[in-house]
Write a protein that binds this ligand. Structure first.
Ligand code: NAD
Length: 246
């Protein structure tokens, strides 16, 4: 993907950071979206370290803010003139049984996990149409496919991303814009660091490969979907969970 320009949201840490570094390794120049300037700068340094000549720019943006997303995309276009790849990775989790869940918490999850992906897609669709091609990848979750007690709000946002994947694949396919999703399983990041021991044990006992995944296990799958090697793949969800769901 030499010379391609990729936007990655939530690039300051975890899976987003690994995706940014892997895209840079594969030849892309990256625009890193996130809220923490210092952490984004560290990801940018890691991208430059993995491939001499890799360009990495940082953009402080809350992805749930439509105007902020539009401004950041306009900045990328003003700087490098095109966007070939967009990875909607930023997300938050909030567990809770439905009887205790507050409307404000539900709104926040929908804003950050689902509406953000919609905003990003809308912002990149125009330049991608003009360029006659592009690739969008959403980071969903196996919870969006299978559901999970105590995670109904999070699961609903992640399932929503799968509807968005298929609809946009159909809507944008004739313009050579591909839209796919990955559905990671249990991945060791800040998001899962406080998972209760019993839930972790259940996962580990069920994962065929017998271990939790790392962000670096997910990133190459995203890179593949974003690359020309996946040029005839669209509307799909690739599960990256070590064989948890089968
Ligand atoms: P993480 O908490 O380490 O990273 C999340 C990233 O998103 C951070 O960089 C955070 O700053 C950013 N972010 C959150 N809200 C934001 C906002 N409003 N604006 C901009 N950036 C924001 O967690 P992670 O595990 O790396 O999660 C990355 C994605 O992977 C999420 O969408 C998550 O739902 C998904 N996922 C994670 C797992 C897992 O087991 N870790 C499994 C399935 C899916």
């Amino acid at each position: 993907m030499t010379g391609k320009i990729a936007v990655v949201t939530g690039a300051s840490r975890g899976i987003g950071r690994a995706i940014a570094v892997d895209l840079a390794r594969a030849g892309a120049d990256v625009a890193l979206f996130g809220r923490d300037e210092a952490a984004l700068a560290e990801t940018a340094a890691a991208c430059r370290a993995i491939r001499a000549g890799a360009r990495a720019a940082t953009h402080v943006v809350d992805v749930s803010d439509e105007a902020a997303v539009n401004t950041a995309i306009a900045e990328v276009l003003a700087g490098v003139g095109r966007i070939d790849i967009a990875i909607a990775n930023a997300g938050q989790s909030k567990d809770g049984l439905i009887l205790r869940f507050r409307a404000a918490e539900l709104d926040r999850l929908i804003d950050v996990n689902l509406k953000s992906a919609f905003y990003l897609s809308a912002a990149v669709a125009k330049p991608m149409m003009k360029q006659r091609g592009g690739a969008i990848v959403f980071v969903s979750s196996i919870v969006g496919l299978a559901g999970n007690a105590g995670q109904s709000a999070y699961a609903a946002t992640k399932a929503g991303l799968l509807g968005l994947t298929k609809s946009l694949a159909k809507e944008l396919g004739s313009r050579n814009i591909r839209v796919n999703a990955v559905a990671p399983g249990l991945i060791e990041t800040a998001m899962t660091s406080e998972m209760p021991g019993q839930a972790r044990e259940h996962y580990l006992n069920t994962i065929a490969l017998g271990r939790a995944g790392s962000p670096e296990d997910v990133a190459p799958v995203v890179t593949f979907l974003a690359s020309d090697a996946a040029r005839y793949v669209t509307g799909q969800t690739v599960v990256v969970d070590g064989g948890f769901l089968m």
